[in-house]
Write a protein that binds this ligand. Structure first.
Ligand SMILES: C=C(O[C@@H]1C=C(C(=O)O)C=C[C@H]1O)C(=O)O
Length: 445
C-alpha cells in the first residue's frame, strides 16, 4: 500500500510532518525491542500501541503541569495537520504521564531520577494495532521534517517487514528485598491516620508502601508486557522509558478518564478483597465485599467525589451499579461513571480535575495529600498518577499508574497502597498491599 501523507503546515519556523501506512501485525514488539528512548507502550483489551523516539518532547512541573502540557500539545498539533485519509488508529498521539505530587522530593537515591513532574512526547515512530489492522505512523519536525518522516517510514516499514522474532526472556529472578515501611512502622502509620479520621480531620487516606528488589538477571520490560497480556488482558498494560534511564511499567485495572468527543468515561475502583481457592470461595468473598459496610463506605467516598468533580463540566453524570471487578490476585468494588460534556474540553482538563481521586489520594484532598507526604518515607514519583495519551482533537485516555514498578539497572521498586478509613485494620491493610504487589512481583521472581 502507498504511504498516506499527513498534510503539512508551517507555523513560524517549525513544521510537523506525519506519514502513515499499514504494516503487518505484531509490529509493536519490534518498536520496543529497538530500545530507542523515549519509549512508550500501551495495551488495552481493544488496542496495542508502541511508540519511540521524540519528534518533540514536552516536560513540565509543579501545579501548572497539566495546563502546561495541554498548551504545548495544542501548539504541536496545531502545526501538524493530519490527513483525513489516515484512519484514527494511524493519527499521531502524544504519550506520557505525570508525577503524583505537585513537587518532587527526590533524594540522591531516588528510583524516579529522570522522571519529571510531567513528560510527554510526539513519537518519531508509532505503531498501532486496532480492529485487526496495524498502522505505522512516523513524524518529523523542523527544517527536514518531510524528509525525516519519509525516511523513517521507509526504514521502519522495511524493518517491520523483516519480522525478526523477539527474544523470549524469562523473569530475572529476585535476590534481596527491602520494604518501606516495616510492618511495625506501618501499624504506627495506619494508627496515626486513624487518629486523624477519628478527630474528623480526615475521612480517608490512601497510604502506600514501596518494595525495592535486587534483580538476579537482566529485565526485559517488553517481555513482561507480553506475559501480562495473558494474565491481565483487561488491564491497561503500560511502559514509559524517558530519555536517560529508568523504566516505569505496570498493569493497572483503573481508568482515570477517557474522552471521545464529549463523552467522558471514568470509574470508582476502591474497596478490595482477595481471591478464593475455588469459584465458590471467590463468590463468597465477592458477596462479603459487596456487603462490607467499611468497604462500601470507602468506595462510595470515591464515587461521590468523582461525580462532584465532573459536575461542573457536564449536565448529567451517570453512575452505574456497584459491581465486583475480579482480577488475578484481588477483587475490587467498581462503579462505572459516564458523563456528557456541555462544551468541548481537552482530556487534560479532566485529568487535572480528577487527579488524584480518593481511590489513590483521600478526602478531604488537601488533608489527605498532607498526610501522605508526612507519612510516606519515599517519593511516589509517577506511581498512582495519570499515564496515557492525548491526540490532536483533545481526546485521550489516562489510566491510574498503580500495580506498577520502576526499574533501572538491576533494581526494581514496586509500589502499592490501601485506603484507610474508620474501622480499617492495619494488618488486613498490610495483607491487601502485599496482594497488590503480586502483578509486578510475579513478573520479576
Ligand atoms: C492504591 C492502590 O489501589 C487502589 C486502592 C484500592 C483500595 O484501597 O481498595 C483499590 C483499588 C485502587 O484504587 C494500589 O494498587 O496501589
Amino acid at each position: 500500500m502507498e504511504p498516506l501523507r499527513g498534510d503539512e503546515r508551517t507555523v513560524g519556523e517549525t513544521a510537523v510532518v506525519t506519514r502513515g501506512r499499514r504494516v503487518e501485525r505484531g509490529a509493536t514488539r519490534a518498536v520496543l525491542d529497538a530500545e530507542t528512548r523515549p519509549t512508550f507502550a500501551w495495551a488495552t483489551g481493544s488496542e496495542t500501541v508502541a511508540a519511540s523516539g521524540a519528534a518533540a518532547l514536552v516536560t513540565a512541573g509543579g501545579s501548572s503541569r497539566f495546563a502546561d502540557v495541554q498548551t504545548a500539545a495544542e501548539g504541536l498539533f496545531d502545526r501538524c495537520e493530519v490527513s483525513a485519509e489516515l484512519p484514527s488508529a494511524a493519527r499521531p498521539r502524544l504519550f506520557g504521564g505525570f508525577a503524583f505530587h505537585e513537587g518532587d522530593r527526590d533524594g540522591d537515591d531516588s528510583p524516579w531520577d529522570g522522571f519529571p513532574g510531567a513528560a510527554f512526547f510526539l513519537p518519531e515512530v508509532q505503531v498501532t494495532e486496532r480492529d485487526g489492522e496495524t498502522w505505522l505512523t512516523t513524524t518529523g519536525t523542523g527544517s527536514s521534517a518531510e524528509a525525516d518522516a519519509d525516511r523513517l517510514l521507509e526504514t521502519w516499514h522495511d524493518r517491520l517487514a523483516d519480522g525478526a522474532a523477539s527474544p523470549r526472556a524469562d523473569p530475572p529472578g529476585v535476590d534481596a528485598r527491602e520494604r518501606t515501611p516495616s510492618q511495625a512502622v506501618w501499624r504506627e502509620q495506619v494508627g496515626n491516620a486513624l487518629e486523624r479520621v477519628d478527630s474528623g480531620r480526615l475521612q480517608k487516606v490512601v497510604l502506600a508502601q514501596a518494595l525495592r528488589v535486587s534483580l538476579r538477571g537482566a529485565l526485559s520490560v517488553p517481555a513482561v508486557l507480553d506475559r501480562l497480556a495473558e494474565t491481565y488482558p483487561d488491564c491497561y498494560r503500560f511502559m514509559f522509558a524517558p530519555p536517560g534511564d529508568g523504566t516505569f511499567f505496570g498493569a493497572t485495572p483503573e481508568r482515570l478518564v477517557s474522552l471521545r468527543g464529549r463523552t467522558v468515561r471514568t470509574e470508582a475502583l476502591a474497596g478490595s478483597t482477595g481471591r478464593g481457592d475455588t469459584p465458590a470461595e471467590d463468590e463468597w468473598l465477592a458477596a462479603e465485599l459487596l456487603d462490607s459496610e467499611k468497604d462500601v463506605h470507602e468506595h462510595q467516598l470515591v464515587a461521590d467525589a468523582i461525580r462532584d468533580q465532573l459536575e461542573p463540566f457536564a449536565s448529567s453524570v451517570r453512575i452505574g451499579e456497584r459491581t465486583v471487578r475480579r482480577l488475578a490476585t484481588v477483587q475490587h468494588l467498581r462503579t462505572s461513571i459516564t458523563a456528557e460534556l456541555e462544551e468541548d474540553e481537552h482530556v487534560l482538563s479532566l485529568v487535572e480535575a480528577l487527579h488524584p481521586t480518593p481511590a489513590v489520594g483521600g478526602l478531604p484532598p488537601d488533608e489527605a495529600l498532607r498526610t501522605i507526604r508526612e507519612t510516606e518515607a519515599f517519593d511516589r514519583g509517577w506511581y498512582a498518577a495519570p499515564v496515557g495519551w492525548v491526540d490532536a482533537a483533545g481526546n485521550g485516555t489516562f489510566a491510574v499508574g498503580i500495580r506498577s514498578a520502576v526499574a533501572r539497572d538491576r533494581t526494581a521498586t514496586l509500589f502499592a497502597g490501601a485506603g484507610i478509613v474508620a474501622d480499617s485494620d492495619p494488618d488486613r491493610e498490610w495483607d491487601e498491599v502485599q496482594l497488590k504487589y503480586r502483578p509486578m512481583l510475579d513478573e520479576l521472581e
